[in-house]
Design a protein around this ligand. Sequence first.
Ligand SMILES: [Zn+2]
Length: 383
Amino acid sequence: MVTVSGNALIGPELKHVKDVRIQISDEGTIIDISKEVKPSDHELPSSYLLIPGFINAHTHVGDAFLKDQTYGLSLEESVGDKGVKNRKFESSTLEEKNASIKNSLEMLVQNGYTTFLDFREEGLEGINLLKSELTNYPIRGLILGRSSREEQITSIMRKSDGFGFVDVFSINQEMMNEVEKIKEKGPEKLVAIHVAESMDMVSKSTSAFGKSEIDLICDYSSFDYVVHANYANETDLSLLKKNEVNVVCCPISNSYYGLKFPPIDSILKKEILLGLGTDNVLSCNPDPFRLMSMTLYAARSNNQNLKAKEILKAVTVNPGYISKRKIGQLEIGYSGDMLGINLDNPNIKFSKDVYTALTMRADHSDIGFQMYKGKVVKWKDLR
Ligand SMILES: [Zn+2]
């Protein structure tokens, strides 16, 4: 058992509570949160604020080795079928692929992520590669695989945490029947798909199927969430809400390709669960602080007024629910994944609102304490 005490953002509403004592079991689960005044294993100074560890709701950790090699290219030229990314995967050695994954995992941990949801390329081989690297890092990687060559969906889903479809052109009725059967036995498996990322995909879907990508995927009951939805209209969003399909937006990645800023205000207004992800490492580093601040700043230029706290939830509480795991909040029964942010650091000092400070000003250098499943990853004052 381990105990941590200090000021904290507690529960699903990230309520700011002073002087709490969090007790974590040997298995890494939070078993008690109290106002009891007792000595703790880790007593954080009063300038610190404990928050849940960040969850990156959408990544492709395999392509870090393509950093800064696709800026200025279109989405298709960069990550399309015959794009730079796929050509690089085809021509790289196992060693190079490993080094690329390692680099992404290092960045994720350094930036305060304790979980990420990855769309993993290259079938079973890709899944195994990431799984074996994950054993060396204090982070939870939820892997949504995809088929390569003749691999069956069933074997991909059995070896991973779910299935991440590339687009609506990669699904058919037969596959979705198979997915449905697997989910009946394993409801914790996650099924997701990229949709409405570019106008090009929206038009292609309409001319091929006579309906939007979102309309199409809502015909199937297996989808837990969609990724992007930056070209989703009000009808699409109402369909997602009605079918309880959550949305993960990746505004930095959309900007990288010159695509539209996602309709985050409408998503929140419809009370659709919103997660934020950084998407391909080739387009931007997996950094929750940049992601949150860019989202809030760019929203203003797009006539959207978002609340800082809602954006903080989109990288903690919400993706916890989206992942169907007990993660993403400081609450009894949840995983002991947390960060201690030093509010006295120059980045944040004088801020009158912790939610704005965390989303628009803090960066990874303000993380003084980091814990994953009750184990200390970083504790500045104990150097
Ligand atoms: Zn993606």
